[in-house]
Design a protein around this ligand. Sequence first.
Ligand code: FES
Length: 108
Amino acid sequence: MPKIVIKNLDNKIISGNEAPESILNILQDNFVDWMHACGGKGRCTTCKAIILEGEENLGPLTTHEKRFADMNALKPNERLTCQCIVEKGEIVIKVPETSKLPHMKYSD
Ligand code: FES
């Protein structure tokens, strides 16, 4: 069962299901508010996360992510949570400054 540690939400630890699913699905299943302006369609970049550890546990870049990476709107250590699949193991992520929600309290 994949695990996600959210570094700047006080190292909150959440778990996914057995089947591979997107980071955003796991966040939503665990009631973690995360910006996703286009509704998870891969058309914006507001849902991005900085990947601090466990990149090897993620699926490959999707077409939408490649497009944003080519436009320099997605850095090499960033993924779109609505697109990026957690295949196994544990990942450590961080909410980027640009995607912080005003009602949330971030620890960093
Ligand atoms: S919610 Fe818009 S790209 Fe993920």
